[in-house]
Design a protein around this ligand. Structure first.
Ligand code: GDP
Ligand code: CA
Length: 327
């Protein structure tokens, strides 16, 4: 069985760890031996202090490879801040993005490889040689895409900042007028991405941010079309529980695109290709012919609960049939 997942950072990574736990402990040989390909959002990427940083790729790689800081959900475990302290002593800006010492080694390796002419796919494969995440981890594109956000200034003008500045420095507390993955329109899917969607037996959308994680992946030309056309059932897990994002500020992202923070409205963003959707008991299920909805506990509160959630997503997918995708 070939499973392909689209993923952002922390939410995607946690779900994927549950999916792998579910698969590897399954009594069903098809599940136990299933291969997972992850198409990662790269629109959060940013260059800081000359280093190329890919937060979502790294969250998946560290989480699945056993190197994640469990409490924060991102960054390396047992991290130290010697470099950051020295940068602060120089007054080097920006200072709002945390770069731990161990994490910096990852960015050094990536930046050097890219500087030598490697693609992001190649650099990611090289980093994964160490972490062995147990999935094939693909960036959505090897082209540079960066999400920028337009903010309204008090004097009525508009200021454009990198997504990370809005998210990390401003905590998305300043309303976004517009969120744009710059470069996405001309980006090409990375090698293997379209094939992974076309040849999948199941496609899964973890509960990643629907705007700045899944939404940006979908803006790379060809990816959305591949989801519409694949013969694999596409199932997703709502990132909204009881009308609120569980962690993070996804509601601020949804507001920026004029979409209410409900499980049904998020499903609506995937209307043209979504076959199955898991919603929490507290939420109103979306109603659309052809969309199968199941109510499940969606909180990834423990590894076991997350494995059960991933198993429920797979169960739903395998119940669904998409024999006639053109219809
Ligand atoms: P990021 O790139 O690090 O922001 O991570 P993702 O985009 O992959 O995931 C962020 C989303 O995960 C948020 O919008 C949350 O609503 C969602 N999320 C986080 N924890 C949970 C959980 O326990 N259950 C569900 N259903 N969603 C969650
Ligand atoms: Ca992210």
């Amino acid at each position: 069985m070939q499973i392909t997942a689209l993923a952002g950072g922390v939410g995607g990574a946690r779900f994927l760890r549950g999916l792998l736990a579910h698969l590897r402990s399954s009594g069903d040989p098809a599940r136990r031996e299933a291969q997972v390909t992850v198409i990662s959002n790269t629109a959060d990427d940013i260059t800081l202090h000359g280093l190329r940083i890919s937060p979502d790729l790294d969250s998946v790689m560290y989480t699945l490879g056993g190197g994640i800081d469990e409490d924060r959900g991102w960054g390396r475990s047992s991290e130290t801040s010697g470099v950051a302290d020295e940068l602060a002593a120089y007054g080097a800006q920006p200072s709002w993005f945390t770069l731990g010492d161990k994490d910096i080694a990852t960015h050094l390796v990536r930046t050097r490889l890219l500087g030598e002419g490697a693609t992001l796919s190649e650099a990611t494969a090289r980093l994964c040689e160490r972490w062995r995440p147990g999935v094939r981890l693909l960036p959505m594109t090897d082209d540079r895409v960066e999400t920028h956000v337009d903010l309204a200034e008090a004097d009525g003008s508009t200021r454009r900042v990198h997504f990370q500045e809005w998210w990390v420095r401003l905590h998305a507390a300043v309303p976004a007028l517009r969120i744009e993955p710059v470069g996405a329109a001309t980006a090409r899917p990375a090698p293997g991405v379209l094939e992974a969607l076309r040849e999948a037996d199941v496609v899964v959308l973890p509960p990643s941010n629907p705007v700045v994680s899944i939404g940006t992946i979908l803006q790379v030309p060809g990816i959305r079309e591949a989801l519409v056309r694949t013969s694999a059932p596409v199932v997703g897990v709502s990132p909204v529980i009881a009308g609120a994002p569980v962690r993070g500020m996804a509601d601020a992202c949804l507001a920026a695109i004029g979409v209410p923070t409900t499980a049904a409205a998020v499903a609506g963003l995937y209307d043209d290709f979504l076959d199955g959707w898991l919603v929490a008991e507290e939420d109103e299920p979306p109603v659309r012919s052809g969309l199968e909805v199941r109510r499940r506990p969606l909180l990834m509160s423990s590894p076991a609960a997350t494995a059960d959630l991933a198993g429920a997503a797979l169960d739903l997918a395998l119940e669904l049939d998409r024999k006639d995708p053109a219809a």
